[in-house]
Design a protein around this ligand. Structure first.
Ligand SMILES: [Zn+2]
Length: 74
């Protein structure tokens, strides 16, 4: 049986199929980055929605590092 779950993206409020998104609970990478950028805002003064490709990559790296830290702490 295929699991199907429709949720609203916490960032853009768009409805999407939860299991079809690599970026859940967000509908897209952009929404995930925007959201993460919001909590990174203290160190990130650039408006997140205007990130360049390089800035996205930097943000990705920050996120990866954070995820790794979280993984090892549990
Ligand atoms: Zn979204």
């Amino acid at each position: 049986m295929k699991k199907k779950l429709e949720v609203n993206c916490p960032q853009c409020k768009k409805k999407f199929e939860y299991y079809s998104s690599e970026f859940r609970p967000f509908c897209s990478e952009r929404c995930r980055l925007i959201d993460l950028g919001q909590w990174l805002e203290e160190s990130y003064t650039v408006p997140v929605e205007k990130l360049t490709e390089d800035e996205y990559l930097t943000l990705e790296q920050l996120i990866d590092e954070k995820n790794k830290n979280e993984d090892s702490s549990t």
